[in-house]
Design a binder for this molecule. Structure first.
Ligand code: ADP
Length: 301
């Protein structure tokens, strides 16, 4: 087994419009600013770990378009190995994002090439899943592909970290194959919509009963809580001036995987990820907000 983090997931070009307010139906208004920023939960998490100095391999699909070129360049610049990214027909994934002056945002994601990360693609990369130390996944590629990747990882004893975002109901048998589940509070609710559990405590207990080994519930500015059978530990978020919380969860997930890869214990990895995510919310955008190892070291002093 190598010491690599393998991320299998999405890559999207984020088309970000900053605007005084959202237009009403049928209305045209003038916005303040446009930015084109590489994103996609998979690529963001891979880059978060890569910029910290982690050894990261990324598997995903992008188009043969200019967005695809830029998405790959961004990952490469952050030290992520992109040899296994497939360039497929059709457009790269895009996210249409509006950010209003009061901070509210609206996001439409078009999966594009991300939908081509099929179970067959996963099958063709099973040796990579076997070779990895950690498999880091999100839900912006087809759910059957995520399931298949988790099944392989389980068979090969590769540690599975799943950020269940955007949340959908998961096949119940998957839960027992997850080492770390990283939902935020909204995602936790969506995952368990079909179950009659109405308190946070009951939701956590249910997930642990279903076999999830550890849950890291991220709670924005309130930090994060780690749950496992008979154990609950809270970690405060760091106080920073918030500019844009895009990629807060992604930076946390990538940094946590990096911490485990480096051999940090769980508490250390969580504290480190809290620092990385705090820095990420002080800057605009997804990949543009991810800090380097040097920036994190300076921030922690
Ligand atoms: P998501 O982006 O998935 O919704 P959260 O909002 O829960 O995730 O944020 C993930 C992590 O980012 C938090 O656990 C925390 O470490 C960090 N974070 C988020 N918002 C803030 C904030 N306002 N101040 C400091 N850290 C933050």
């Amino acid at each position: 087994m190598s010491n690599d983090i393998l991320v299998i997931g999405s890559m999207n070009m984020d088309l970000v419009v900053q605007t005084p307010r959202a237009p009403k139906k049928g209305e045209t208004i003038m916005g303040n600013k446009f930015s084109q920023i590489p994103g996609g939960k998979g690529a963001n998490q891979a880059l978060a770990a890569g910029k910290l100095g982690g050894e990261v391999n990324f598997i995903g699909c992008c188009g043969q378009d200019a967005f695809g070129d830029e998405l790959l360049e961004s990952l490469k610049t952050g030290g992520v190995n992109i040899d296994d990214v497939l360039r497929v027909e059709g457009s790269s994934g895009v996210a249409n994002i509006t950010i209003e002056d009061d901070g509210d945002n609206r996001i439409i994601v078009v999966a594009g090439a991300n939908s081509k990360v099929t179970p067959e693609v996963i099958e063709s990369f099973k040796a990579k899943i076997k070779a990895a130390k950690i498999l880091l996944l999100q839900l912006e590629i087809p759910l059957e592909s995520v399931s298949k990747a988790i099944e392989f990882a389980n068979k090969y004893d590769t540690t599975v970290i799943l950020d269940p975002a955007p949340a959908v109901k998961l096949p119940e048998e998957l839960y027992s194959m997850i080492d770390y589940l990283l939902p935020n509070e909204g995602e936790l609710d969506l995952l368990l919509e079909d179950y009659e559990v109405n308190t946070l405590q009951k939701k956590i207990e249910l997930l642990l009963d279903l076999g999830v080994k550890r849950i890291l519930l991220t709670q924005g500015g309130d930090g994060v809580t780690l749950y496992s059978k008979g154990k609950e530990e809270s970690y405060a978020a760091l106080k920073v001036e918030v500019v844009d919380t895009t990629a807060a969860g992604d930076s946390f997930a990538g940094a946590f995987a990096y911490g485990l890869q480096r051999g940090f214990d769980e508490a250390e990895a969580i504290r480190y990820a809290n620092s990385v995510a705090a820095l990420a919310v002080t800057k605009l955008g997804a990949q543009s907000s991810l800090p380097t190892k040097e920036e994190v070291d300076k921030f922690q002093k």
